[in-house]
Design a protein around this ligand. Structure first.
Ligand code: NDP
Length: 351
């Protein structure tokens, strides 16, 4: 913990918005966990925030995003040394910059979607390399809703497998946070997205957002419907963020030499893959990608974000925030996401 006290800084130390001689030990409200478990382990705490170090920026956050990956860290599916904060996605104002930061300055509106863990907070330091400037037309809330999810769709559709106009693809959980951006991005590319969802209501929302066809998996057989919809041809690529429950179905939807993009575990992780299965089902390819490997540098992140913001600014992607929670209701927010009660993005609003 840092002790409060006035210090004098020269220009090689962080630059502050209002007062160069400000007390640099600031306090933040943050959601943290001390043990893995259910939503009850999420606690609102007060933490000290040190001055930004070399290459860091301090952000006064206005909104943060909720993502399924936050649940994996809370439960311990993705291990991380305890105690720790949660969250990877937020937007706000730069209030201080550390040494060596050049592409953003104090006062800039910024956002990020791939920071070190700890975005559920009203104030924090983030490596500047993870931060992009926000166009005026993109609000803090919209940015907090799309930075992680939208950059994920960018790499899934434009890098991992570069979709071509006229192709047909399957995308599971199409009414979710990543899913509704995927529906719109596919439409913008001239790609026919077949989505899956658990109810008629969710199917309707995904269709409104550009899905070509929807399969309500609570009452329809996904592989059979895909065969029908493609006249028996099946698909060149399947995007599967559901994981365990949909693994086999997804493979059955692929044409020979098709690509299975298994990018999440909403129903649990896929384990014990038998390679012979890929051979038997038609020399299939499988990848298990993550965002960090597709936007490794600030330049990569900026290029992907520019593409995303471009689509938002010209109206081809409308950010759909289905749920808003105050930070102190992080447990309720995660519960709703895990229980499939959400549609589109969920954000934390920060006073
Ligand atoms: P969503 O808003 O899509 O929520 C998850 C959805 O998955 C649910 O709404 C539900 O939709 C569906 N689902 C199916 N089975 C289950 C289950 N057993 N429990 C809960 N949900 C289930 O979440 P996000 O948009 O945040 O993330 C979507 C997926 O993408 C996640 O798996 C996430 O980890 C992954 N992801 C991966 C990234 C990567 O780089 N690898 C980056 C970002 C996200 P329905 O009711 O229609 O079935």
């Amino acid at each position: 913990m840092r002790s409060a006290g006035r210090r004098h800084y020269t220009s090689r130390f962080p630059l502050y918005l209002s007062n160069m001689e400000a007390d640099l030990s600031k306090q933040a409200k943050a959601i943290r966990i001390e043990s893995h478990g259910g939503p009850e382990v999420l606690k609102l705490t007060t933490v000290d925030v040190a001055e930004p170090g070399t290459g860091e920026v301090m952000i006064r956050q206005k909104a943060a995003g909720l993502n399924f990956i936050d649940i994996y860290f809370r439960t311990g599916l993705y291990p991380h040394a305890l105690p720790h904060g949660l969250g990877f996605e937020a937007a706000g104002d730069v209030v201080a910059v550390g040494e060596g930061v050049t592409h953003v300055k104090v006062g800039d509106r910024v956002a990020y979607g791939q920071s070190p863990i700890g975005a559920y907070a009203d104030l924090r330091n983030v490596p500047a390399a993870k931060v992009v400037k926000l166009p005026d037309a993109v609000s803090y809330e919209d940015a907090a809703a799309v930075m992680l999810k939208g950059l994920t769709v960018q790499y899934l559709f434009r890098q991992c497998y570069r979709l071509q106009e006229g192709e047909t693809v399957l995308f599971h959980a199409a009414a979710g946070g990543v899913g509704l951006i995927a529906c719109q991005w596919a439409k913008a590319l001239g790609v026919k997205l077949i989505g899956t969802a658990s109810s008629a209501e969710k199917c309707a929302i995904a269709k409104e957002h550009g899905a070509w066809e929807m399969i309500d998996y609570s009452r329809e057989n996904v592989a059979e419907r895909v065969k029908e919809l493609t006249g028996g041809a099946k698909l060149p690529v399947v995007y599967d963020g559901v994981g365990k429950d949909t693994w086999m179905t997804s493979l059955d939807c692929l044409k020979p030499r098709g690509l299975m993009v298994s990018f999440g575990n909403a129903s649990g992780p896929v384990e014990g893959v038998d390679l012979a299965l890929l051979n038997n089902k038609g020399s299939l390819f499988v990848t298990r990608p993550k965002l960090a490997d597709y936007v490794p540098t600030q330049q990569d992140m900026q290029a992907a974000a520019d593409e995303l913001f471009g689509l938002i600014v010209d109206g081809r992607i409308k950010v759909m925030i289905g749920q808003r929670f105050p930070l102190q209701e992080a447990a309720q927010a995660q519960e709703a996401l895990a229980a499939r009660k959400t549609t589109g993005a969920t954000i934390f609003t920060i006073e």
